[in-house]
Design a protein around this ligand. Structure first.
Ligand code: NAP
Length: 333
């Protein structure tokens, strides 16, 4: 159930889903009542945050906050108050400054949100002996070579966003709090702003699209991230999964160009009236592409550590992308 804390700053808002009941309700009196896990979720309107509102429901009482409802990551006093009023067993931080290009000219905001706020949340988690769930990025790596990056590979971010996220990671690890730190990449969802939406919009308006073909990674659905997070958190809070840093991404690797081709092909197959065709999605190099923050060419993440720790097999990136394209085409006016 979504729990709205009493303080005015923690009022219910659109993250609140009325009618949801706690999984602890309705049990017979003879059964021992499990401890209600209190979860404080920040960034509940982002791609991953929206999916976490759904996926964390079965784990306990979720207080879901956004920037304008008591969860502004640039306001440390507000974060302290949110923690004080909810006394969480778990703090899940899905909020971040994710404007990679804008961060180049706004490094202070990126640092406040991506490095300072995680430091505050980690300190609060350590004080309460709570778990902290936090997300980071493939952009902590410099993109050299072709080998997938492992959790302990050397970080060397190329851009301000990556550097701020790396600082946030270090703050979480050095705080001593129990944490699950998931590095993910190329996130998309049916909601929110992302590459998948951008390609569908442009393909409806333009005959030809140019997309960079020399950056490698795996498009990863926000729903997958949230579901795996909930599973990992369940195990971690039961003492069955060690805390630490894990790579959480879909399997397989592709380029933005091949990803765009796949989106256009799927949408056309489902009857979307697009002007662009798969063969008119043209490959360009990063150097010839739009100017902006530098991005790693090799952003492949090795997900083996998480798969073996959880005993799962992460799905190929095409599965989730195809599902999301189908959902968007079906809901188009
Ligand atoms: N998107 C990707 O491709 C990608 C790739 C690798 C890693 N990640 C990481 O994955 C996590 C989730 O990303 P996402 O894709 O869900 O990002 P997203 O869709 O951009 O959502 C980020 C959320 O953070 C919120 N936020 C920004 N500044 C805030 C502040 N000062 N206080 C409170 N909330 C604030 C945003 O709210 P507003 O809408 O109000 O700004 C937004 O709801 C982040 O840690 C991100 O760094 C994402």
């Amino acid at each position: 159930m979504i729990y709205a804390a009493p303080h005015a700053m923690l009022r219910a808002h659109e993250c609140h889903s009325p009618g949801l009941r706690s999984v602890h309700e309705g049990r017979g009196p003879s059964r021992p009542r499990a401890r209600t896990v209190r979860i404080l979720l920040l960034g509940c309107r982002g791609q991953v945050g929206t999916e976490l509102v759904r996926a964390l429901q079965p784990l306990g009482d979720v207080t879901a906050l956004a920037r304008d409802s008591g969860g502004d990551l640039e306001n440390a006093a507000e974060l302290h108050r949110a923690v004080r009023e909810t006394r969480p067993h778990v703090i899940a931080n899905a909020a971040a400054y994710t404007h990679v290009d804008r961060a180049e000219s706004d490094p202070d905001t990126a640092e406040r949100v991506n490095a300072e706020a995680p430091r505050v949340l980690a300190a609060e988690a350590a004080r309460l002996d709570a778990w902290l769930v936090h997300y980071s990025t493939d952009y902590v790596f410099d993109g050299t070579g072709t080998t997938p990056w492992q959790e302990d590979s050397v970080a060397a971010p190329l851009n301000v966003y990556g550097a701020s996220k790396w600082q946030g990671e270090q703050a979480v690890r050095s705080s001593g709090c129990k944490h699950l730190l998931f590095r993910t990449q190329w996130v998309y969802a049916a909601h929110g702003e992302n590459f998948l939406h951008k390609i569908l919009r442009r393909a409806a308006l333009q005959d030809v699209l140019e997309v960079v073909a020399d950056q490698h990674g795996a498009p990863t659905g926000a729903a997958l991230i949230a579901d795996v997070t909930a599973h990992a958190l369940r195990l971690a809070t039961a003492g069955k999964l060690a805390g630490g840093t894990y790579h959480l991404a879909a399997r397989g690797d592709t380029t933005w160009h091949a990803y765009a081709q796949f989106i256009v092909a799927e949408a056309r197959r489902l009857g979307a009236p697009l002007r662009a065709t798969e063969s008119n999605v043209r490959a360009v190099t990063t150097a010839a592409g739009p100017a902006g923050a530098r991005r790693p060419l090799n952003a492949r993440l090795d997900v083996g550590k998480l798969e073996s720790a959880l005993g799962i097999q992460l799905p190929d990136w095409r599965n989730g992308v195809a599902d999301t394209v189908a959902k968007l085409i079906a809901s188009a006016p």
